[in-house]
Each structure stands twice: as C-alpha cells, then as structure tokens.
Write a protein that binds this ligand. Structure first.
Ligand SMILES: Cc1cc2nc3c(=O)[nH]c(=O)nc-3n(C[C@H](O)[C@H](O)[C@H](O)COP(=O)(O)OP(=O)(O)OC[C@H]3O[C@@H](n4cnc5c(N)ncnc54)[C@H](O)[C@@H]3O)c2cc1C
Length: 339
C-alpha cells in the first residue's frame, strides 16, 4: 500500500507552496501518463498536487508580438481544434491529432504532453534493469527488443526515445516553455527543454523539481502555407511513432526561403539538424535536394538490430514529408501525396 495525500489547488502560489513541503511530490494534470507510471510502481508519490483548479492555465490567447500562448492546462484537443491554431499553426494541430486517441487527447494537457515519459518496454517493466528508472542498473534495450528505440543521440546508458507528437511540431515552430517557481519565472527555448540521455538518462528535461509549467508560447511564424506532419507507425491510429517528421517551409519565387525539419520517434528529444536546413536555403524544393538534407540529418545514425530499418525509413519520410509540405492540400483525409 502506497499511502499518499491529495491536494487540489486553484492558485499557482498554493501549488508552489505544496511543492516546497515534500520532496516526493507529483503534479497531476490530465493524469494520462502519471497514473500509468504509478500503476506500474515506477513512482511512489507521497503528495499528489492536482493543478486542474488553476483556471488561468487553461487559456489559449494571442500574445502582444502576434504569437499565441497555450496554457499548460489547455487540453490537447482544445489546442488542436482552437481556431487560431487551425488557422495559423496547422502543423501543430496535425501533430497533436496524430497522437493517442480522441479520449486521451480530451484529458491530456499541453504541460503533461511535453513531460510525458518514454514508452521503452524496459522502463515500464519494474523487473528489468533500466538506467532511466534505476541509474546504474543497465540498458537491456541495446541488445534486446529495440524496434521502437533511438537511432541518433543515444548513449552507452540509454537508447530510449521521447514519444510525443506535439513536441515535434513545437520544436519546428521554435516554441518557448514558460515556467514558474518560488524564486520567479523563467523561459526555456524548446530546443533546450528536452535532453539527450548522456550518462544521466533518468533526467528527461531541464525543468527543475520545484518548477511548474505555466504554458508554451508560439512565435508569430506558423508556416501555415507550407507544412506537413507525417507519422509512420505499426498501426494507423492509437500507436506511437516509429518515425515522424514535422516540416514547415516558406517559399519565395519557387525557392526555399526558410525551412524547419524535425523528427520524432528516433531520439531522446525532437531531432533537428540546423546544418541540413541551412543546406536547403535558396535551393529548389526537389526530392533530390530533400534527400541530400536527409543524409545530413541522419549522418550519425546508428541502429541496434531491430531498429536498423528506421535509418532508411527516416530518410524516406523526410523526403516524402517535405514534398507534402509544398502541397498541403494533399493532406486532405484520404488524399495521396504525389511525389
Ligand atoms: C494509450 C496511450 C497512447 C498515447 N499515444 C500517444 C501518441 O501517439 N502521441 C503522443 O504524443 N502522446 C501519446 N500519449 C501520451 C499522452 O499524450 C500523454 O500521456 C499526455 O499528453 C500527458 O498529459 P497529461 O495532462 O495527462 O499529463 P499527466 O499524466 O497528468 O502528467 C504527466 C507528467 O507531467 C507533469 N506535469 C503535468 N502538468 C504539469 C505542469 N503544468 N507543470 C509541471 N509538471 C506537470 C506530471 O507531474 C507528470 O510527471 C498516449 C498516452 C496513452 C495512455
């Protein structure tokens, strides 16, 4: 029996106060990940702080610079179907709707999504060693079942992937995470939020234990003209990505003026290689050029056996998704992209 206390708060200050009282505290938002972690006995909180009463965290509103602020407690569904998101950030809307199921998206929140933990089988199996769950115990995935595991940014200690779809689009949009603690507010660039495993795979991101996410801001540029999110997985719905790609592009006189390409499902964080984007600037948006960029993005990729196929799959997914971004109308349900 794991005895715990439950506190529902309606003010940020109360949440921060509760956090400071106990070092075995967990925040619950939509509960779609934390309850699983608890049921698998991977966490044993002594104090559960329910932040769902903090109404201001549920807001989605325009920012002074013409961007959009997504409250930490806005649900994934409310975000994906929000008028401004559909109009100005359709890449984000597509990525969110590619994840989980409608029921889960109705509960899942934006703050919880970016803090969700890996789906590595060994992490969830408390009987297996796992450096992420128990530092120093080993990583059985490297020589075990690793079909879903990472091919870039891995370390000796961990080859787990970060499974979010939403975050792949947030990385492409260069979102900013807003956090608060008892010492004040702070903003974290999305590229600096999640971490590679290195020799501390137990730490997924750079949020400090005493901090709460208040929301995520999007800059004005949403790539609403030329965008695409492609998610490749074992089933066509309700499955995590084997490989996903978010592309946002701006074209001028038929040439690439700006491009973002971010991959999901292949690393411990959304995977972006600026060198590959720079290579494409000023070039024609052709399959040949996208294939060259894909080679740059995957140049250090390494498989572990079961997941070797992800290297070639990622390269093909990049080319296909960038072509689809030129013609987003091919994204209509049932439409097939013409390559
Ligand atoms: C069956 C299933 C399939 C899924 N498939 C997909 C998929 O295909 N793609 C995908 O992207 N996701 C998928 N998910 C994951 C889902 O999107 C996440 O579980 C969800 O987004 C987490 O949000 P939540 O609000 O429920 O978080 P919770 O479970 O409430 O919390 C998750 C973590 O975030 C912390 N937390 C939450 N809010 C805050 C805050 N404001 N400040 C600080 N800490 C906070 C909690 O303490 C906890 O550690 C799936 C989940 C399930 C169960």
């Amino acid at each position: 029996m794991n005895n715990f206390s439950y506190q529902k708060v309606s003010e940020t200050a109360d949440a921060l106060d509760q956090i400071s009282k106990c070092n075995l505290t967990q925040i619950i938002a939509g509960g779609t990940n934390i309850i699983d972690l608890w049921k698998y006995n991977l966490i044993q909180p002594k104090l559960l702080i329910d932040i769902n009463g903090i109404e201001k965290f549920k807001r989605i509103q325009q920012t002074e610079d013409g961007g959009l602020f997504l409250g930490a407690l806005a649900t994934n569904s409310d975000t994906a179907y929000h008028m401004e998101v559909e109009k100005n950030y359709p890449l984000l809307s597509r990525a969110i709707l590619a994840g989980a199921s409608a029921q889960i998206r109705n509960s899942a929140t934006n703050g919880g999504n970016i803090l969700q933990r890996t789906r590595c089988y060994y992490f969830y199996d408390a009987a297996s060693p796992c450096n992420k769950r128990k530092p120093g115990s080993g990583c059985p995935a490297k020589n075990g079942l690793n079909r879903m595991h990472a091919i870039v940014g891995t370390s000796e200690d961990c080859i787990a992937v970060f499974p979010s779809d939403m975050c792949v689009a947030l990385a492409a949009l260069e979102a900013v995470v807003h956090v608060v603690s008892s010492v004040g507010k702070r903003e974290i660039k999305f590229s600096a939020f999640h971490r590679l495993p290195g020799n501390t795979p137990e730490i997924d991101n750079n949020l400090q234990p005493n901090e709460i996410i208040t929301g995520i801001s999007l800059p004005p540029e949403g790539f609403a003209e030329n965008y695409s999110y492609l998610k490749l997985r074992d089933r066509n719905s309700y499955a995590f990505a084997l490989v996903s790609v978010a592309t946002g592009m701006k074209l001028e006189n038929g040439l690439i003026q700006k491009i973002r390409i971010v991959l999901g499902g292949i690393a411990h964080k959304p995977w972006r290689v600026p060198e590959a984007e720079d290579f494409l600037i000023g070039k024609n948006p052709t399959a040949v050029n996208f294939a060259s960029a894909a080679e740059l993005i995957l140049k250090d990729a390494k498989g572990f056996g079961d997941n070797d196929f992800k290297i070639e799959l990622s390269k093909r997914a990049i080319v296909r998704n960038c072509i689809m971004a030129i013609h987003p109308e091919t994204l209509r349900p049932g439409a097939q992209p013409s390559l």
